[in-house]
Design a binder for this molecule. Structure first.
Ligand code: ARG
Length: 459
């Protein structure tokens, strides 16, 4: 049992207590961050004359070698240690002797673990951002190919008005773009270095906190040492942002599951991204979309767990905070997998444009356009609404659509209907006439997509 304390204890720790207390089983993934943080700390200690240049050089060399050896598989992390910090210090001291014991001068595991978590989170924020960008690229590709792919837009899951696939995907582009903005926000707010905060009240050594902060790419040191060791806001913000990403992925997944159903048949999933049934040979199941939808609950759970862990904690560090790691690792791993797989599924999914257009036509999604047509002929909108309502009822009785009625049938309901009605209720016309900014009309769509292209090039 390699532990960093013991002087004031007269008895061995109970084995179960030791194991319950230990975090190495999961914080071993912070090895890289722990070593980088320690190297910066050693550099600073030497610069301030607290360590000699030789001591710092030997510490840094030793730390680098440990990292290298673990990465190359020559050294296994000793799971008998309490945590990754204990492991690195014990291994360093074993390798370089006395100088290794000096590394912890002016540092506590409290500021050390806060630093490791921040370094790790910063990386995860960037990786998540990159994966979101990949997804956005695929969404934009699909948009560019489908500005004239007509489909029904829904409200209450009832066909509402015609739109295009490009427009529908554009809504998701906006959502995932906001998710990326949240990544930038979090990064900016969290990028202050806790190192040098000590256990909670700073240290008596003349540390240069500005220096370590700049060595590690922070915008500066965290201002208050108590806050520095007990702040987990950035993890909560990141988990909240991950939950929002999952909520977006889950809504998109839900639509893909519907679109892939026998009833809709709007899309066909690629064989590589779907699965079969052990008993029903006809099945091709949207398991990836379902799993993404399912894993959303788990990421929300991780957020709730950390919020709840933090809610009653007095300042400053409490061991409860060790619980931040498993939920955080679980959520960020889950979201990375979900984004990667979802993007692959989207890239390979094919659209049944005929089915989508037919669905838009036979569900009266052009009824508003028929009313607008009457308004164009001078009928007040409220009356036009009533006339088209009767028209829809007539079509329902005859099991047909507005554009398929004869001129006699149309004029039986209103003498304002003329030949040009047919063109006015075609999907192409319905969509083209929607020219407000943000609408599916070609001009508005082109403007939106031009903006998206520039955005993806720049950011
Ligand atoms: N394993 C601990 C954690 O993850 C490291 C900090 C230990 N600090 C302490 N005062 N016991 O939070």
């Amino acid at each position: 049992m390699a532990q960093l304390w013991g002087g004031r204890f007269t008895k061995e720790t109970d084995r179960m207590v030791y194991e319950f207390n230990a975090s190495i089983g999961f914080d071993k993934r912070l090895l890289d961050q722990d070593i980088k943080g320690s190297m910066a700390h050693a550099d600073m200690l030497a610069k301030q004359g607290i360590l000699t240049a030789q001591e710092a050089a030997s510490i840094k060399k030793g730390l680098e070698a440990i990292l290298w050896d673990v990465e190359e598989g020559r050294l296994a992390v000793d799971l008998g240690c309490e945590d990754i910090h204990s492991f690195v210090e014990a291994e360093l001291t074993r390798r370089i002797g006395e100088a290794g014991k000096k590394l912890h001068t002016g540092r506590s595991r409290n500021d050390q673990v806060a630093l490791d978590m921040k370094l790790y989170t910063r990386e995860q924020v960037m990786v998540t951002d990159r994966l979101l960008k990949e997804l956005l690229k695929v969404i934009l590709e699909v948009m560019e190919e489908n500005t004239e792919t007509y489909m029904p837009g829904f409200t209450h899951l009832q066909k509402a008005q015609p739109t295009t696939l490009a427009h529908h995907y554009g809504a998701y582009f906006e959502m995932f773009r906001r998710d990326r903005q949240r990544m930038t926000d979090i990064y900016r707010r969290m990028n202050y270095c806790p190192l040098g905060a000590g256990a909670l009240a700073g240290t008596t050594y003349p540390l240069d906190r500005e220096y370590t902060a700049s060595l590690l790419g922070f915008d500066g040191p965290a201002v208050n040492s108590m806050d520095a060791v007990s702040d987990r806001d950035y993890l909560i913000e990141f988990l909240a942002a991950l939950s929002t990403i999952m909520m977006h992925l889950s809504r998109f997944s839900e639509e893909i599951i519907l679109w892939n159903s026998n009833e809709y048949q709007f899309v066909e999933l690629d064989d590589a991204f779907s699965t079969g049934s052990s008993i029903m040979p006809q099945k091709k199941n949207p398991d990836i979309a379902e799993l993404v939808r399912g894993k959303t609950g788990r990421v929300y759970g991780d957020l709730m767990a950390l919020l709840t862990t933090m809610k009653g904690l007095p300042l400053a560090y409490n061991k409860d905070m060790q619980e931040d790691k498993e939920v955080f690792f679980d959520a960020s791993d889950t979201v990375k997998d979900c984004l990667t797989l979802f993007t692959g599924m989207l890239r390979t999914m094919r659209f049944r444009k005929d089915r989508m257009a037919a669905s838009a036509l036979n569900g009266f999604s052009n009824a508003t356009d028929a009313a607008d047509y009457l308004v164009g002929k001078g009928v007040p909108f409220r009356d036009a609404h009533g006339i088209v309502g009767r028209l829809v009822l007539y079509c329902l009785e005859k099991n047909t659509s507005i554009g398929a009625l004869s001129m006699e049938e149309l004029q039986g309901i209103s003498d304002q209907f003329e030949e040009d009605l047919y063109e006015a209720v075609s999907l192409k016309a319905c969509v083209e006439r929607r020219l407000t900014a943000g609408a599916p009309g070609p001009k508005a769509m082109r403007a939106a997509m031009d903006g998206y292209r520039v955005y993806l090039e720049k950011e």
